[in-house]
Design a binder for this molecule. Structure first.
Ligand SMILES: [Mn+2]
Length: 434
């Protein structure tokens, strides 16, 4: 007996759903276009820019996340990487902002990477940065990462962690990736437990071996994180350490900014500006936070901060800043929502911040800055941030073949209910927070 074809949202269903919303959307878009035209902004050009914006979905993001205390799996969760790709495809089909997928090794290991690449391509998806994992032990693994990985005191553990990253590069090559993201959980829980200098020395030496193994057109992203799982010291704790390490490791090594991986009051947009200035901004893990590495949905807590990050990115793009080509990925843990809905909403919030940053009057902003007109400069940013670009984003989605209202369309299609029938839960489905 052959398995029934998995449920997919049909183009007819989507067209009918859009048809009901189209007239009002176009009316709102025309009103916004006229308002923007009065400010010298061409809405049509903005639509084109928004249609070209893409952010990668992490494969683990389509499963329910969890906290340190529990995970509450939802119905119809993907049970393997192929089903994860089906869910990523729905997100791209409706929201049209996520054409790439960021895999995680070993969670996404398969026997046939050609089949995986073909499956993604059939969905119109391709693979972005590969994420390595030396923050947990795998079944059958010879040595434990309990006391660290790339910075471990024991050279054999470091060698094992290096070998894992080299395997990630090999898998990434088969998938068409061009980057490796390395986050290590290494650190210490007690003062005196670890030699702070030696631990960093060992990390940099191990990373040298990984950098040396990168193909010519590959980059490696160093991801820093202030604390957790280590609570006394963390080897790559901040952007300064990440930057200094990337400098020593050479031009292929760049810094990755996960928005949740900083001290609570840190000025993240300034960190972004600094990394751009030093040609070391590799990319982002987008999410939002209230307290720490909360991995909440992008733009759900501090949308103004997200806008300010994009303001720096657009500033760099307009200046044609040397070496500026950041990779964008979402990195969130969806504990109380349907992950597909959260990922669509997050991708749209990133597009919103991007569009708002694009409509900042850069000449007026610079003039105010040069004249020391503090409030005038601030108001230029606020004018852009308070502009509701929703109709413009909806038109961009519509023209790209997506949904005017992705979450409403997704719910109306009953995708999750279908998957709940097709995908009986299995034990040990991996999901995580990095
Ligand atoms: Mn991250």
């Amino acid at each position: 007996m052959s398995a029934a074809k998995p449920f997919a949202i049909s183009e007819d269903f989507l067209a009918n759903h859009n048809a009901r919303l189209e007239a009002a959307t176009i009316e709102d878009y025309h009103a916004l276009s006229r308002a923007l035209a009065r400010r010298g902004v061409d809405a049509e050009k903005l639509v084109e820019k928004v249609m070209g914006f893409g952010v990668a979905i992490p494969t683990w993001g389509v499963g329910t996340g969890g906290t340190r205390f529990a995970r509450f799996p939802g119905p119809g969760e993907p049970r393997n990487i192929f089903e994860k790709l089906d869910d990523c495809a729905v997100i791209q089909q409706l929201a049209r902002a996520t054409p790439t997928v960021s895999p995680h090794i070993p969670w996404d290991k398969v026997d046939d990477y050609g089949a995986l690449r073909d499956k993604a391509a059939a969905h119109g998806l391709s693979f972005d940065a590969v994420n390595s994992n030396t923050f947990q032990d795998q079944p059958g693994q010879e040595l434990s990462y309990k006391f660290g990985s790339l910075s471990h005191a024991d050279a054999r553990v470091r060698a094992q962690a290096v070998a894992h990253n080299l395997e990630c590069i090999e898998i990434g090559r088969k998938l068409g990736s061009k980057a490796l993201t390395v986050w290590i959980a290494d650190g210490s829980n007690f003062a005196g437990q670890s030699n702070l200098t030696k631990a960093l020395d060992r990390y940099i030496e191990a990373m040298r071996e990984i950098v040396a193994a990168l193909p010519a057109d590959w980059r490696v992203f160093l991801e820093h994180k202030l604390y957790e799982p280590a609570f006394y010291s963390t080897v790559i704790a901040d952007w300064g350490t990440s930057f200094a390490a990337a400098q020593e490791l050479g031009p292929k090594a760049l810094c990755l900014v996960d928005l949740g991986h900083h001290a609570p009051s840190v000025n993240i947009e300034q960190i972004v500006a600094r990394l751009i200035r030093f040609k070391k901004l590799g990319g982002f893990h987008f999410n939002d936070s209230k307290y720490g590495d909360d991995d909440l949905d992008s733009g759900s807590v501090e949308p103004f901060r997200l806008f300010l990050v994009f303001n720096e990115l657009i500033d760099a793009e307009r200046r044609k800043a040397e070496g500026f080509a950041p990779a964008y990925m979402i990195d969130q843990s969806h504990n109380v929502t349907d992950p597909i809905e959260s990922l669509m909403q997050s991708a749209m919030e990133l597009q919103r911040a991007y569009a708002q940053a694009l409509i900042v009057d850069r000449e007026a902003l610079e003039a105010a800055q040069e004249a020391n007109d503090a409030l005038g400069a601030h108001l230029e940013l606020k004018r852009a941030f308070t502009t509701d670009v929703s109709p413009l984003l909806a038109v961009a989605r519509l023209r790209a073949g997506g949904a005017i209202a992705p979450i409403e369309a997704y719910r109306a299609a009953g995708y999750r209910a279908h998957k709940a029938k097709e995908r009986p839960p299995v034990a040990g489905t991996s999901a995580g927070i990095v």
